[in-house]
Structures are given as structure tokens and as C-alpha cells.
Design a protein around this ligand. Structure first.
Ligand SMILES: Cc1cc2nc3c(=O)[nH]c(=O)nc-3n(C[C@H](O)[C@H](O)[C@H](O)COP(=O)(O)O)c2cc1C
Length: 499
């Protein structure tokens, strides 16, 4: 009998890892997913690659409120590059390995970036696919008529197969987290050009899917970011169904030539379950644990840009996942600067449910060797300058075991934790709330990556974990889960460079 998912919590539970119970999975490298969509019949427009030498300190960009900047083709090209570009190509056993401006679970990059353009000189009004590998735009169609003619709308989608190739049923988790990383890079890049914008987690999935001519069994729209003045997604001119036929080469979204995708029914189900945007219902902020803390600790506020700290552009270009942590003491000024990145408010249109869903994402850390701070597990409260010491001691070793025995996690100075009470979340927002917390976790994680890079620290996302064991270690209540972790801290340096 076909299983029908009833909640996002159930999806999370059904895709949990349990020690000694992960079924073996052969990675078929002959069917390795492509990192871009070929769109063979489309006209390709090469993007300019000479960018202005401009940068801004991360700390100011994190807290800035972009304004009246205007996009031209060079700025657009730079923004696309910073958001989702390729910084180096390599090959490993005939598999292309790309260094990109953001991390991705398994290095698979399931997301795609489309842009609907109006009012940019040199680019015809229409909807384009951004091909990050060949650094060009492919024009899908011209049916785009926003109310404000200067609207440029970015749309992030993700392909099931790309991530499921490795992660199978668990892939939707990574598609959402990866989307959060990408959206944050995009936002910061728009901020670099002072381009005001609005983020949409809520829209009619089907309308955007039709607009982009997607095959929804293969690829789904997840977030829209509009630089126009209109605050309403339906005013952005995206909801029209173009009459033109789709390019057949796009339907095979990221598949290698010779394969049809293995499809996991649960992935389409969890996506469709969240397709309805529910009117948010007021709920008190959820608890994630019954445990009482051992006392509250003030987080020093670090408002000055760090001396020698890199700007956004440098950080994005040099960013890598670094796992060679060493157990050096982290100066108070450095760790507080890093923690402050968690508390800089993410930009939203505050009237939207997605903004309020931020309160449903709980954060914490397992830390060691931080100057003037007890080793232990801390949960951050709603008040950005305070955290609760939940338990004193060194837990990084136990945490590494929980993260599928990834030994390098043991030495990380900080393991950031992203948690949520899924039952309460769904009572407030319905199953779509799962997307909100995962996007937000990915967005904050991207900030941690960039801030760590800027501060000369290492950083690496951790999605592989035994879910039940994580819950037990952190003392989470029955309905709460650990969604994602990010390790950060001092790393080994060789000849002035991290390895
Ligand atoms: C959502 C997510 C989960 C990840 N989980 C892990 C993990 O469990 N273990 C690990 O070593 N790296 C993990 N990574 C890091 C990726 O392996 C890394 O980003 C990818 O290989 C690309 O390399 P780069 O970040 O150096 O460019 C994760 C990254 C993301 C975004």
C-alpha cells in the first residue's frame, strides 16, 4: 500500500539515521548528476566577467538594509557569480569537482537559479536560466510583465535527483538547507550593490513552476527574491503561464544522458505537503527542551569590524569547507564576533509568516576552548545578548560520534546547533513551516561560513547525524529535533594558508 505522509515531522522522522541501520547504498558514478541544466536549444548570452573592485566588511553587510541601488548587466552578472558562481574547476576520477561560492551537501549543488529580468539595458525582458558553469544566461521565454518595470526577480529551485543520487529519501533536507545557503549569498550580494529586495518563501508553487516550465516531478521552486518595489508576489508578473513550449533538454533536469532518475515518492510527497501556504496561527514560542539551564551567560557584543577581517567578496571567493580543526584557544573578541553573526537579523518582509518563523528556529552551540567561557552546551534565547548554559563539559567527542563518527568534529571550537520543535512549528505554519526553518538554518549557516572565513577560522556544515542520538545528547523534548550543525573554529595553518 502506498504510504502517505501526514506531516513534515513525519518526513523528518522517516528520514532519520539510526546507528547500524543505514541501508547500504551504491553510488553510481556513471549516473552522477550534472551540476547544470543543458538547455541545448536556447540562445546563450555570455555574462560580463570584469567586475568592479568593490567590497564591504561582512559585519556591515550583515546588518545593512539595502536601498536604492540599481542593477545593470555588470552588477547582475557579479551578483549571480557571488551568489552561486564557480571559483575553480577540478576533476576527480572523471567527476567534475567544482569549488563554488557556497557549500553544498555532498558537493552536489541541487539548486538552480533563474532570473526574470525587466528594465536592464542589454538584456531583453524575459526569464533566464543562470548557467554557472558556462557563466551565461539562457533565455527561456519573454512572458514577463511586472507591475514595476524595473523588477528583477531571482528564483531558486532544487532538483530532487541531484541530491537524491547520494542522499535518497533524506535529500529534501539538503535541498532546503542548500537553498538557504544560496539565498543568503544572493541577499548579501544584492546588499553589496545596495539593491533593495524582498524575500518570498510563500507563493503558489505551481504558478512559479509553470512560469519556469519545470517538470515538478524532477525540480521544484523554493524561494523568490524580488528587487522590485512591489511587495506582493503576484504583482511581480511571475504567475502567468507562458504559452511557449519548454526546451526538451531542460526536462531532463540535471540527469546524465543515459539515466532516468530513481524517484523517491517521499520527496514529491513532502514537497507537495508544503505546497499550501497556511495562514499562520498565533502560538506561544515553542520549548525545545524540558531541561532547566544552569544559568544565563552574557554574549559580548562585537560591533566593530574585525581588524584584518576580510570583506564579503574576499570571503565568498576564498570560502571552502575546512575540517582541519585544532584545539587552540579562541580569543573572546573572535568568538563573540562569530556569535554575533547569528544574531544580526535576517532580512525579510517582516509582515510575512516566514519572518516570524525565525522565532521557531532555536540555536545553540557545543563549545570548547573559548576564552573566558566554560566548555559546555549552550542554548541561545530570544534575547540576542544572552545564552543559557545547559550543561558544562566537553561534548565535542560525543557529538562527533553522533555525526556518523566524523572524527574531525571532535576538535572544533564551536559546533553550532540549529533545532526546532516541529510539532509546534506545524501547528503555527502547517507543513510549509519546515521549509522556513530549514531555509533560515541554511542562511545563518552561510553567514557563519563567511564570518569564519573572514576571521581566519575553519568552518564546515554537518548534515550527517544520527537524529535520535542527537536529540538525546542535547536533551530535546519529544517533538523537537536537531536540523543541522555547523562546526567552526581555529584550524591548522601551513605557510600562512589553511589546508
Ligand atoms: C547542508 C550541508 C551539509 C553538509 N554536511 C556535511 C557533513 O556531514 N560532513 C562533511 O564533511 N561535510 C559536509 N558538508 C560540506 C560539503 O561536503 C562541502 O560543502 C562540499 O563538499 C563542497 O566543498 P566546499 O564547501 O569546500 O566548497 C555539508 C554542506 C552542507 C551545505
Amino acid at each position: 500500500m502506498k504510504m502517505q505522509l501526514l506531516s513534515a515531522g513525519e518526513y523528518h522522522e522517516k528520514t532519520s539515521y539510526f546507528r547500524n541501520r543505514i541501508s547500504p547504498h551504491h553510488l553510481d558514478f556513471d549516473a552522477y548528476p550534472l551540476a547544470f541544466k543543458p538547455y541545448e536549444t536556447l540562445e546563450k548570452i555570455k555574462l560580463p566577467t570584469k567586475f568592479p573592485q568593490q567590497d564591504r566588511p561582512l559585519s556591515t553587510l550583515f546588518s545593512s538594509c539595502p536601498g536604492k541601488g540599481r542593477l545593470d548587466i555588470t552588477a547582475l552578472s557579479h551578483i549571480l557569480f557571488l551568489a552561486y558562481g564557480v571559483t575553480a574547476f577540478k576533476h576527480s576520477q572523471s567527476i567534475p569537482v567544482l569549488n563554488r561560492t557556497l557549500p553544498s551537501a555532498g558537493g552536489l549543488y541541487p539548486c538552480h537559479l533563474y532570473v526574470a529580468i525587466s528594465g536592464i539595458e542589454g538584456l531583453e525582458t524575459g526569464v533566464y536560466y543562470f548557467d554557472p558553469i558556462h557563466f551565461c544566461l539562457g533565455r527561456l521565454h519573454g512572458t514577463y510583465a511586472p507591475r514595476d518595470v524595473d523588477t528583477v526577480c531571482f528564483m531558486v529551485t532544487a532538483s530532487f535527483y541531484t541530491s537524491a543520487w547520494k542522499y535518497r529519501e533524506r535529500a529534501f533536507r539538503y535541498m532546503l538547507l542548500d537553498t538557504g545557503h544560496l539565498v543568503e549569498n544572493l541577499e548579501l550580494a544584492l546588499g553589496l550593490y545596495d539593491v533593495g529586495h524582498t524575500l518570498f518563501y510563500d507563493f503558489e508553487d505551481r504558478a512559479i513552476s509553470d512560469f519556469l516550465q519545470l517538470d515538478p516531478s524532477l525540480e521544484v521552486p523554493l524561494v523568490c527574491v524580488s528587487s522590485g518595489r512591489d511587495r506582493n508576489v503576484s504583482a511581480m508578473g511571475l504567475a502567468k503561464k507562458p504559452g511557449e513550449p519548454a526546451d526538451p533538454s531542460s526536462a531532463s533536469s540535471c540527469l546524465t544522458d543515459r539515466t532516468r532518475p530513481v524517484q523517491y515518492e517521499i520527496l514529491s510527497q513532502i514537497h507537495s505537503l508544503g505546497s499550501i501556504v497556511k495562514q499562520e496561527r498565533p502560538f506561544p514560542l515553542p520549548e525545545i527542551t524540558e531541561k532547566k539551564g544552569l544559568g544565563s551567560v552574557a554574549v559580548p557584543m562585537e560591533t566593530q569590524p574585525m581588524e584584518g577581517g576580510q570583506g564579503f567578496v574576499d570571503s565568498v571567493l576564498l570560502r571552502r569547507s575546512r575540517r582541519n580543526f585544532v584545539q587552540d584557544t579562541l580569543a573572546i573578541r573572535t568568538w563573540s564576533a562569530l556569535l554575533n553573526t547569528l544574531f544580526c537579523s535576517l532580512s525579510f518582509d517582516a509582515s510575512r509568516p516566514a519572518a516570524r518563523a525565525l522565532d521557531f528556529l532555536s540555536m545553540g552551540m557545543i563549545c570548547q576552548n573559548l576564552e573566558k567561557l566554560d566548555d559546555g552546551c549552550y542554548f541561545f534565547s530570544g534575547n540576542p545578548s544572552k545564552m543559557q548554559l545547559m550543561e558544562k563539559g566537553r561534548f565535542a567527542g560525543a557529538f562527533a560520534g553522533i555525526c556518523l563518527n566524523q572524527e574531525w568534529i571532535k576538535a572544533a571550537g564551536i559546533n553550532f546547533l540549529f533545532m526546532a520543535n516541529l510539532e509546534e512549528l506545524e501547528k503555527a505554519f502547517g507543513p510549509r513551516g519546515y521549509r522556513y526553518v530549514m531555509f533560515n538554518a541554511g542562511r545563518i549557516a552561510q553567514r557563519i561560513y563567511l564570518a569564519a572565513q573572514g576571521l581566519g577560522l575553519g568552518c564546515c556544515g554537518v548534515g550527517a547525524l544520527y537524529d535520535g542520538e542527537a536529540k538525546a545528547l542535547l536533551g530535546l523534548n519529544r517533538t523537537s529535533v536537531l536540523l543541522y550543525a555547523v562546526a567552526a573554529g581555529p584550524i591548522k595553518k601551513t605557510r600562512g594558508h589553511e589546508i
